[in-house]
Design a binder for this molecule. Sequence first.
Ligand code: CA
Ligand code: CA
Length: 183
Amino acid sequence: MSANQVLRQKYASTFDNFDVNGSGTVDAGDLEGLIDRVVEQFGIEADGSRHQAFAASAREVWARLTREVGRLRGGGEVESIDRDEYLRLLETAPDDVVEAIFDPYVDGLFALADVDGDGRITEEEFNAHQLGWGLSPEQVRGSFQELDTDRDGTLSRAEYTKYVHQFFTSGDPNARANALSGA
Ligand SMILES: [Ca+2]
Ligand SMILES: [Ca+2]
């Protein structure tokens, strides 16, 4: 598979994950569905501070996504985005623009994984988080050591951000972060 095909498949997986009601377009309703699903999946207390923080990060991604799509369309309000347009945006936008769209989500995911809220993800927290996304123990095995580049035994926000950015920008079919497709 070429690098572009690898990326396309990953982008498509994020769309399908986002399109909660399976209509072939994503809109604000799907976004709320996605938030509810994550809250349920991770057993987060409804309406608690962790729920609010995750919802805010997801809504900020939607705001950035619709802003970029609006730019692509040449103006106007964006209420929904279909699959082709979504893929076209992510495939044509420079890496730093793609990363900027999803950066709030990185914060949201980080906070979900960092259960004790100390600002660092331990191996135990990381594994629980990855398994919570539905990844298999085989997919999770060894990834923590690989991501902990300074080998201090925890993942800092910078290390985690690098991991998620790899998902959105690497066409390497063996990139570790490709496992997030299952997320
Ligand atoms: Ca922690
Ligand atoms: Ca580290």
